[in-house]
Write a new protein. Structure first.
Lengths: 434, 444
């Protein structure tokens, strides 16, 4: 069986599945349960400065987006950092770490952007024996209004400054957690790197309003008739998070920066995908909040099976393997021609491909009187919408045309050579092919 | 107190609690959560096969989506637009042969979307509120007669009333509803649903129902044609085919439709007598409804004897299995040869059959079954043709229900074309109403 042991910044964990800093990691009771369930590590829910802790709302904290059958696709939350006393948390962290030396415990921190605040808390954290810290520059709600969380993560200079303080006053790895509520994720990542960060973790949650109550006219979750934007997470945000991860991994300036991937990891497959984009591990929250800690068992068994099938013996074997294949649009091969093919044995004749293609795409699917659906290659641009809307997996596939054959849509012979937009005659800025 | 083992035809074979249990809703209605889960399974197919399979062309994907998005009232409107008896059809339609058989998830997984139960969820939502989601158009001043207050007649009457006409509905029975009220199994129409549906349907206004008026007796087609701008005949099939075997006249040999009718109207099911050994002759829904209800009343042994093979049976496989699940014995390729007994039936003699080139013949081998009660369920016949041209044994009609006589339309079981189903009758009544309207108002 594949070895799932992960070494992230020198921090060892039995598997790459960590629980993200969030409600599931708020206290000793939950974290012990998580470790018993098999999680490789946790990032303890964010601690604030010494003194009276923050308070949370006493109404609902979460809103949700559902798919079919009330499957949770996304949650937004307006919970703040820990509302428990700093020293209670520190004592618990110390105890749990002592009892689970083989698991990773990272302490998430959020204190004001003043050097003294960090200088005060870092030695206390160091004393717990935790394996590292994660700087919460991401939470977009509540704390950002007080100049912390995403308010810091949106200013690269602050990221660099605070990271530098942490490296100065703390001896173990420093992970900077990034907010996605910015335009170019490479900038804060580069700032963290300049500050000396050992890694970045992303994404934190996205500003969101999940729904509006049409009776009370209040956004949900509604607190006595009023709502505020929360932080959006769960499977719905995975595509956004993976794109941001890939941007950092592909950027030469930050290519060496270690990444902990966060955002909608729900199955082993999601985790594997993040790792192929360069992540050293993943952090999970919504899936655990939806199904409980037990889901890690599927993640472990699924990832092991897949690695065995692919011949990978360690996480390192496939880490970053998809990065070279992640490129800019302009470098995509315009000579590659595919066509949709419908497997008639698998087709259940629902006609969704037809409706989608006929109404919203290229009129490339034909429907017979007896509901047989076929592809008209002379119209098919291989957009993939039919594949996407088909309820039967692999019933419709995209099949590449052989070089030398004629594309009936364009009448042109399919070329075997690679050619992209940069050299295309229709591109006014084209450079001559070398 | 009797029991299933009491000989002869006897009442009170089961106690009151058992009877209540036996005759409760065959399929419990979906609650809100169940409906949401069931609705989520619909793929919203293009040009959906379920719609094609529905005789009334209900836009099924649309109404299911309306349920899924929390607007069951809108879903019901979508259903009633095409089928004003959508409530009853949700209960009695052989969906396994119609919409649900065509559902792509039946093809994909062998488990169709539960269209019938979802339809009931939507229609019940509106009907329980007593809301009639249609309003009458301005009065046209036209008076139209509908003869027969069954599904075809009610559907026709509602549509005509909605279009502004004044409709008088006649029925030979003392109560409106036709087969919905008198002819289907009690566990498919519980809590007096058929009567409540008639009341609800008539709440649109402009419909007057006159009972105890039969065509060929109190009513005559010439007088009707003279008094009304148009006449729609939906008189059903009032006659019952005879067995034509020796002993057919013995006590204990009854029409299945009469048994079902009495059962539906009974105020106390325990008082209803049923045989210890019941044999039902026939292969349709009436045979199944009579057999199952005999069993539910407490008959010890109930057999359906059908002269052809299982595949030829007009009751669906689902209905056959339903009967078998209640303990009804299904006998195929067996036709009645004689009924024996001294005054009252004691035994039925059946002859096995074989079919060659579609022609059925007896094999000569016979079997005798003990029987205290034999039900005839081998089809019904038209009792009055009103002098109209026939097609086979039914009134000949065009696609829109026009008969051979100007100003007279017909639909439902009495008219040619279509299966003898509630839902087909509803479609025929609706379509005839539109044709009557267009004809009277001079538009097409």
């Amino acid at each position: 069986m594949a070895d799932l042991t992960t070494d992230f910044l020198g921090i060892k964990s039995p598997n790459p599945f960590w629980l993200a800093s969030a409600p599931p990691t708020d206290k000793e009771y939950n974290v012990r349960r998580a470790f018993e369930a098999g999680w490789g590590g946790v990032v303890w829910k964010t601690l604030g400065s010494e003194g009276p802790p923050v308070v949370n709302v006493n109404g609902p904290r979460y809103g949700v987006i559902y798919g079919a059958d009330r499957r949770v696709l996304g949650i937004n939350n307006i919970e703040l950092i820990t509302d428990r006393d700093l020293f209670t948390n520190l004592d618990e962290i110390k105890r749990v770490k002592a009892d689970y030396p083989d698991r990773a415990i990272i302490v998430s921190l959020m204190v004001p952007c003043e050097e003294q605040a960090w200088k005060d808390i870092l030695p206390l954290v160091e004393d717990t024996g935790a394996d590292g810290i994660e700087l919460n520059f991401g939470c977009p709600h509540g704390m950002a209004e007080r100049g912390m969380g995403s308010a810091v993560g949106q200013v690269p200079e602050y990221i660099e400054m605070v990271t530098r303080w942490c490296k100065q006053y703390y001896s173990k790895p420093v992970i900077v957690k990034l907010t996605p509520n910015i335009t170019d994720i490479r900038k804060p990542a580069a700032a963290a790197m300049r500050g000396g960060a050992d890694a970045v973790s992303l994404i934190n949650t996205i500003n969101s309003i999940t729904s509006v109550n049409l009776d009370t006219m209040s956004p949900e979750p509604s607190i006595d008739g009023k709502g505020t934007h929360g932080g959006y997470c769960g499977p719905a945000v995975k595509p956004i998070a993976m794109s941001m991860v890939s941007e950092i991994a592909r950027n030469p300036e930050t290519a060496d920066l270690q990444i902990s991937g966060i955002g909608g990891v729900t199955t082993w497959r999601d985790a594997a995908e993040y790792i192929t984009l360069g992540c050293g591990n993943v952090q999970v929250c919504t899936a655990a909040m939806t199904y409980g800690f037990k889901i890690v068992q599927e993640m472990i068994s699924g990832l092991s099976q897949w690695m065995d099938e692919k011949g990978h013996t360690s996480i390192q074997d496939f880490k970053g393997q998809a990065i070279p294949n992640t490129t800019d649009w302009q470098y995509l091969n315009l000579n590659y021609v595919a066509k949709a093919v419908i497997n008639q044995d698998d087709c259940i004749s629902c006609g969704r491909c037809y409706a989608a293609c006929e109404d919203t795409s290229h009129q490339a699917i034909l429907m017979s009187d007896d509901r047989v659906f076929t592809v008209d290659d002379s119209e098919c641009v291989a957009c993939n919408l039919c594949v996407d809307v088909c309820p039967v997996e692999d019933c419709i596939t995209m099949v590449a045309m052989e070089p030398g054959t004629v594309d009936p849509r364009t009448g042109k012979v399919v070329q075997k050579d690679y050619a992209n937009w940069t050299t295309h005659p229709n591109n006014p800025s084209a450079t001559a092919a070398e | 107190m009797n029991s299933p083992f009491t000989n002869g035809i006897a009442a009170q074979r089961l106690n009151a609690d058992a009877l209540v249990e036996n005759f409760s809703d065959l399929h419990a209605p979906l609650d809100g959560h169940e409906a949401a889960v069931a609705a989520d399974r619909c793929y919203f197919c293009h040009d959906a096969p379920c719609v094609t399979a529905c005789p009334t062309d209900i836009d099924i994907p649309l109404f299911i989506r309306q349920i899924a998005t929390g607007t069951p009232d809108a879903a019901a409107k979508t259903i009633f637009d095409m089928n004003i008896l959508g409530g009853m059809c949700a209960r009695v339609c052989p969906t396994e042969d119609l919409c649900e058989q065509a559902c792509v998830r039946e093809i994909a997984e062998g488990k169709p979307v539960e269209i019938g139960r979802l339809q009931r969820f939507a229609t019940d939502t509106v009907m329980e509120k007593g809301v009639m989601p249609f309003v009458r158009a301005a009065s046209t001043g036209k008076k139209i007669a509908v003869v027969g207050a069954g599904p075809a007649g009610l559907s026709c009457a509602h549509r005509l009333a909605m279009l502004g006409h004044d409709v008088t509905v006649y029925d030979a029975m003392q109560k409106a509803g036709g087969l919905n009220e008198f002819g289907i199994a009690a566990y498919k129409s519980t809590d007096n649903f058929a009567a409540r549906e008639v009341e609800w349907l008539c709440s649109i206004g402009g419909i007057e129902i006159k009972t105890g008026m039969a065509l060929g007796a109190e009513l005559n087609i010439d007088e009707l044609a003279g008094c009304f701008a148009a006449v729609f005949l939906s008189v059903g099939l009032g006659g019952v085919n005879a067995l034509s075997v020796e002993g057919d006249d013995k006590d204990g040999v009854d029409d299945a439709v009469s048994f079902i009718r009495e059962l539906r109207q009974a105020s106390d099911l325990a008082a209803l007598p049923v045989g210890r050994n019941v044999v039902v002759i026939g292969g349709g829904m009436t045979a199944v409804d009579a057999a199952v209800q005999s069993k539910l009343l407490g008959a010890q042994h109930v057999t359906i004897a059908y002269r052809r093979g299982r595949d030829a049976m007009s009751a669906s496989r689902y209905e056959q299995d339903l009967a078998a699940s209640f303990g009804v014995n299904l006998m195929f390729n067996a036709q009645p040869k004689a009924i024996h007994g001294n005054g009252a039936v004691a035994e039925i003699e059946l002859e096995y059959t074989s079919s060659e080139n579609g022609k059925l013949s007896g094999t000569g081998e016979t079997v005798r079954l003990p029987a205290d009660q034999v039900f005839r369920a081998i089809g019904q016949t038209l009792t009055s043709d009103a002098g109209l041209k026939l097609d086979g044994r039914k009134i000949a009609v065009s696609d829109t229900g026009r008969t051979s006589r100007d100003g007279v339309w017909a639909g439902g079981d009495c008219a040619s074309g279509g299966d003898d189903l509630t839902v087909t009758a509803v479609a025929e009544g609706r379509d005839a109403a539109m044709d009557i309207h267009n004809t009277l108002m001079g538009s097409k």
